[in-house]
Design a protein around this ligand. Structure first.
Ligand SMILES: NC(=O)c1ccc[n+]([C@@H]2O[C@H](COP(=O)([O-])OP(=O)(O)OC[C@H]3O[C@@H](n4cnc5c(N)ncnc54)[C@H](O)[C@@H]3O)[C@@H](O)[C@H]2O)c1
Length: 270
């Protein structure tokens, strides 16, 4: 049993979550690798060695989320870190999406983050702990082509900051909530979207490698921060966009055009 306590990572069957689970194992935590795809979670846990175990988990199911937490606490003694990483992206204007796609993004990205955070807080009240929410720059700025995704990520940030304030108001110390807000990351989420104009904004900056985001998670684990943007320059742009929404909406076709050029180049080079 690790003296550092245990960690749970959601959506860790591939992409960023898989690497974050590896980071937590490397830092000495007992890690519960969870994913909607239980086989993928099991494969990642097998790869990470004896400190990792796996469990199929749909973050939309609050009862199942609590059961995952209890399994980890039973094994590790206490919960030190919970990473809400599971996410889904369906592109296109909201009016062209079917209602199930809209519901899916809100339920996984927003409600899943709420379920995980609430569940973690219950286990962290006694000993403290750290909730890390993988959000997105889409939680800070308008994102044409990803409107419902952006809505779900704005919800995740609003919830995280408000809950941090609620903890303070309630005098509950020792529990940190940190949001990581990256620009587009080259993970399976984007691998099939090079010919999707709806995903252009994800390609409009310097595409991040997942390892860069994992390094940011490592920094935040050492020094909790309410919001970390990646890369920093795009974070500044996103915050300016929030201050000048009319301008942000007006220039969005130019930003989308830049993203489409990057998509076309990457498709050619593939
Ligand atoms: N890739 C990007 O460009 C990008 C940019 C910013 C933020 N993010 C965020 O980073 C996080 C990780 O995404 P990724 O890029 O690794 O994507 P990914 O698609 O590679 O991985 C997402 C994982 O979440 C799992 N998942 C989906 N629905 C689930 C559910 N209901 N319950 C549990 N697990 C579920 C999937 O099975 C998958 O393993 C997501 O929250 C995403 O929104 C991604």
């Amino acid at each position: 049993m690790s003296t550092l306590g245990g960690a749970v990572v959601t959506g860790a069957g591939r992409g960023l979550g898989r690497l974050v689970a590896g980071l937590l194992v490397d830092r000495g935590h007992d890690v519960l690798v969870t994913d909607l795809d239980g086989e993928a979670a099991a494969a990642v846990a097998a790869e990470l060695g004896p400190r990792a175990t796996a469990r199929a988990l749909d973050v939309r199911d609050d009862v199942a989320v609590d059961a995952a937490r209890d399994e980890l606490v039973g094994r590790a003694g206490r919960l030190a870190v919970w990473v809400n990483n599971a996410g889904v992206l369906v592109t296109g204007p909201a009016w062209e999406q079917d209602p199930q796609a809209r519901r899916l993004m809100l339920e996984v990205n927003a409600l899943g983050t709420i379920n995980g955070t609430v569940s973690a807080i219950a286990a962290m009240r006694e000993h403290g702990g750290h909730v890390v929410n993988v959000v997105s720059l889409a939680g800070l700025t308008p994102v044409p082509g990803e409107a419902v995704y952006a809505a779900s990520k704005h919800a995740a940030i609003g919830f995280s900051l408000s809950t941090a304030a609620d903890l303070r108001l309630a005098g509950i110390g020792g529990i940190d909530i940190s949001c990581i807000c990256p620009d587009g990351i080259w993970t399976p989420m984007l691998h099939d979207k090079l010919d999707d104009p709806g995903a252009a904004l994800s390609f409009s900056g310097r595409l991040l490698q997942p390892e860069e985001v994992v390094a940011a998670v490592a920094r935040v684990l050492d020094r909790p921060r309410p919001v970390t943007t990646l890369p920093r320059s795009r974070g500044v742009q996103a915050r300016l966009a929030a201050l000048a929404p009319r301008l942000a909406v007006a220039v969005s076709p130019l930003v989308a055009a830049r993203g489409r050029r990057t998509q076309a180049r990457m498709l050619r080079e593939r």
